[in-house]
Design a protein around this ligand. Structure first.
Ligand SMILES: [Zn+2]
Length: 137
């Protein structure tokens, strides 16, 4: 898997994951890559900042792939999901019932709140996210 930083014709920057470069080019050509913000399918690759971001960390080319993937996933979620903190269950329900505008959110919830979400038929995914670094630039 390879991650590319992409930009749509409207100027939204987002990240896409592909099997390889050929796969990206093929999907781009067929208009299969849509901007998550505006659904624009006219997207282009922008120079990746991956090398810069990984340079300061303890990881390098020798880093275990699983760890690198987890790092990228957490990074993606940080950038693309609004942090609602402990209001996650409340906010998820609001979105579910159309009170709040639909969007990606992240946060924490108690087991009891998760049970409520399940009963209400709200889709959510739990992933283990390491504590954010002290200085999150
Ligand atoms: Zn867009």
């Amino acid at each position: 898997m390879i991650a590319y930083d992409l930009k749509c014709a409207q100027g939204h920057v987002f990240e896409g994951w592909f099997d390889d470069e050929a796969s990206f080019l093929s999907q781009q050509k067929q208009g299969l890559i849509a901007c998550p913000i505006c659904n624009e399918v006219s997207v282009e690759r922008i120079p990746s900042t991956f090398a810069i971001r990984s340079a300061g960390a303890a990881s390098g080319p020798e880093a275990p792939p699983a760890e690198a993937v987890a790092r990228r996933l957490v990074d993606f979620i940080r950038h693309h999901f609004e942090d609602v903190g402990s209001d996650f269950a409340k906010e998820a329900l609001k979105i579910h019932y159309g009170v709040s505008s639909p969007r990606n959110i992240r946060g924490s919830s108690t087991p009891q709140e998760e049970e409520t979400l399940r009963q209400e038929g709200v889709d959510f995914v739990k992933i283990p996210v390491p504590a954010p670094p002290e200085s999150d630039a």
